[in-house]
Structure formats: structure tokens, C-alpha cells
Design a protein around this ligand. Structure first.
Ligand SMILES: Nc1ncnc2c1ncn2[C@@H]1O[C@H](COP(=O)(O)OP(=O)(O)OP(=O)(O)O)[C@@H](O)[C@H]1O
Ligand SMILES: [Mg+2]
Length: 372
């Protein structure tokens, strides 16, 4: 088996470090504090939540519920996900059919079997906002009841999605219910930093300062280097420490990109040395090229030029400086400013400590190879 997992969670053996973050999350959960977990996309939020859940499931200290609401479009979608997760909970708490139905006063759940996973799914037809409110309360009442026997922890991944729902008062509604559940801890997780910081940091919003914020950064380079080395050696491969260090730099230690590159190097059956790395890296960029050409067609010439300029500069702070504009032929400061706003909004770039980066690491490396 390839030890470099590129989706989900594959057990503690394949999970690198995150010790400090795990302790922080566990402490919050054990002391009923709600947490908001934020990071760049693909940095490892979901992996961390699943790893922590794995740990507490083994300890049998809490009942866990994990919801990924990225694909939900409205409050009804969220309700269905929650109902499904509750219905799927193992006995004695996963209520039998009739028992489950008896929780709802107005709506009648429809149970179907998911074709892909073979697991049951619950869907509830909600007529209006009042019914949505009651149903949500009824669902959380099940958790509240359960939490009298065993504390419960609920993770809502891609939480920023709720601010895109057409219903106006979802934040207030959820906050109102959650506030009353004192033995249910919540983890809200997501990658849209500005949206989430506004949700939790704006005094006029219902979730204002209601949670502890954890910003997930890159895994430490020495931990990741020994993780990579260990897995190659274990499988009888030689490892060149300089190659490993190059890989960390080339992927900017961004978890998914590093995992993916190691996964592809492992697949070759070769040693982890410079020669293998070079061939794999070239092949990765070639494989993604059609997507990058597609991106180019979706941006204006100026936006594309600006993106290339940011990639070529590595990490750039003064994007509106005369030097930067002249060097990359970027017309004028106000056009650059607008370009930066658009690229940020499209999540093509991000800003950290006053420096701009192309968000997608492979795209950034590919752009560096393109002529200016
Ligand atoms: N600590 C880790 N050690 C090894 N692999 C990890 C670790 N954390 C995450 N991964 C892997 O990295 C990839 C990205 O992680 P994950 O999906 O958890 O990120 P995410 O922040 O939730 O991403 P998204 O923003 O897309 O939801 C996954 O393939 C996951 O298996
Ligand atoms: Mg995720």
C-alpha cells in the first residue's frame, strides 16, 4: 500500500505529527469549548478532525458526529446531513427506525440507501422556516438527550457554507440552539478565512467570539522529513536527505501537494533521490497542464500576467511598486490593485504576512516555468 495518503484519513501510521494541534483540540473537547479550525485549503483540517475523532472513539470517551456540508445548498441540506449522521450512529444510540421517527412532530423522514456507500440516508421535506427551526431543534434534542449518557462532539466541516444559504437567519438559529447544549462540543472548520473570521469575529454576528480559533499552519519541516524518510526506508527504498528537503521546499510544505508528490514518487518503485524527484515533478506538472490552460482562458490577460508575476517572484510584498509593475509589464498600480482583489476573491492567490502567493502550489511551480 502507498503510505502517502491523498484523501481522507488512513490511520495513525500514515498521519504525520499534528501533536500540538491534537492536544489543543482534545483539551477543548474535554472541557466543552467550541473550536473554529481554519487553514488554507488542503492543509489538513479534515485529516486532523478525523484523527482526533479516531482517538476519542478508541477511548470511548465521546460520541462523535462528523458533517461535511460543502455540497449543501440550503438549510434543508444541512438538516438532512445531520439527520443522516444521527440515524447512522451505532446502537445503542443509533435509534431504530420507529424510535427515530418518533422524534419528529411535523415532518416524516424518508430513509433510502446510498448507492455508492450502501449506507442509509435520511431526507426530510421541510416546508418553511418555522418547520426547519423545529426540526433542527428536534435533531439537536436527540443529541442533547444522548449527551446525558455520554458527551458528544459534533464537527461541521466547510462551515462557511452556511453563510451562502438562501435563508437569512441560519447563523442565529444555529447559535441559539447550540448555546443550550452544554454537553455537546462543536468543531467548526473551513478554509475561507475571511468569511469565517467575519462570522466569528464580527461583533454584529451571532457566533461572535463564541469559539476558540485554531489556525492550522504547515507541519514542521523536521517532522515531515522524518515521516517521509521513515516510510520510504520501511519499504526498502533509499532516501537522499537533500531530495527530501527539496521536496519540502518545492511543495512549500503544503500538506496535500507534498503528500501527492511523495505518493507519485513512491508509485515509481524507485529510491527517493533527485533523479526520481525530477521525473515525477515534471510528470505532475504535465498532467495538470490542461487545467492550467483552462484557468488562463477564464482570466483576463492582465490577471494572468499578474498571476505569473506573483509565481515568478516567489513571495511578493509590494505588488503595486514601480519596480514590480515595470519588471512584469503590468500597466499601472490601480489595475494591479483590482487584479489582486479579483485573484484573491477567486482564491487563486492568498496573502500571508504581507506577501502574496499563488494558492495552488503546482500551478505556481508551473507558472514559474512559463515565460513572462
Ligand atoms: N498530518 C497529516 N499527515 C499526512 N497526511 C495528511 C495529514 N493531514 C492531512 N493529510 C492528507 O493531506 C490531504 C489534505 O488534507 P485534508 O483533506 O485534511 O485538508 P483540508 O484542509 O481539509 O482540505 P480542504 O480545504 O480541501 O477541505 C489529504 O489527502 C490528507 O489525507
Ligand atoms: Mg477538508
Amino acid at each position: 500500500m502507498n503510505p502517502f495518503i491523498i484523501k481522507g484519513y488512513g490511520g495513525s501510521k500514515f498521519f504525520c505529527d499534528r501533536e500540538t494541534e491534537t492536544i489543543k483540540l482534545l483539551n477543548a473537547i474535554r472541557n466543552q469549548r467550541d473550536v473554529t479550525l481554519i487553514s488554507l485549503r488542503k492543509m489538513g483540517k479534515t485529516g486532523l478532525i478525523l484523527s482526533v475523532f479516531d482517538q476519542i472513539k478508541k477511548e470511548k470517551s465521546h460520541e462523535t458526529i462528523y458533517l461535511d456540508i460543502f455540497h449543501t445548498q440550503n438549510l434543508n441540506g444541512l438538516i438532512n446531513q445531520l439527520a443522516t449522521a444521527i440515524f447512522r450512529m451505532k446502537k445503542p444510540f443509533g435509534k431504530r427506525m420507529n424510535d427515530f421517527f418518533s422524534n419528529f412532530r411535523y415532518v416524516r423522514p424518508v430513509i433510502s440507501v446510498d448507492v455508492l456507500s450502501g449506507l442509509p440516508s435520511v431526507s426530510l421535506q421541510i416546508a418553511d422556516e418555522k418547520e426547519a427551526k423545529t426540526t433542527l431543534e428536534e435533531l439537536f434534542a436527540i443529541l442533547s438527550e444522548l449527551s446525558r449518557t455520554i458527551p458528544v462532539v459534533v464537527a461541521i466541516d466547510e462551515f462557511q457554507q452556511i453563510s451562502k444559504y438562501p435563508e437569512k437567519n441560519v447563523e442565529a438559529l444555529l447559535r441559539g440552539i447550540i448555546q443550550q447544549l452544554n454537553k455537546v462540543a462543536f468543531i467548526f472548520s473551513g478554509s475561507n478565512k475571511s468569511m469565517l473570521t467575519r462570522m466569528f469575529g464580527d461583533a454584529s454576528r451571532p457566533f461572535y467570539q463564541s469559539t476558540e480559533m485554531i489556525f492550522l499552519e504547515e507541519i514542521k519541516d523536521d517532522s515531515y522529513a522524518s515521516f517521509i524518510t521513515r516510510h520510504f526506508i520501511k519499504n526498502g527504498r533509499k532516501v537522499d536527505p537533500v531530495t527530501v528537503s527539496d521536496l519540502l521546499t518545492w511543495t512549500r510544505l503544503h500538506t496535500w501537494y507534498l503528500q501527492y508528490t511523495c505518493n507519485r514518487i513512491f508509485e515509481t518503485g524507485q529510491d527517493c533521490i533527485d533523479e526520481t524527484k525530477k521525473a515525477v515533478v515534471a510528470d505532475i506538472l504535465l498532467g495538470f497542464e490542461p487545467f492550467y490552460l483552462e484557468y488562463r482562458s477564464l482570466l483576463t490577460r492582465h490577471q494572468w500576467q499578474l498571476l505569473k508575476a506573483i509565481a515568478h517572484s516567489g513571495n511578493v510584498s509590494s505588488v503595486t511598486s514601480g519596480n514590480f509593475i515595470r519588471q512584469f509589464d503590468l500597466s499601472n498600480a490601480s489595475t494591479v490593485k483590482r487584479g489582486i482583489d479579483t485573484l484573491t476573491e477567486k482564491e487563486m492567490i492568498f496573502k500571508r504576512k504581507n506577501e502574496y502567493f499563488v494558492y495552488d502550489v503546482f500551478l505556481s511551480r508551473w507558472l514559474e516555468l512559463q515565460e513572462i
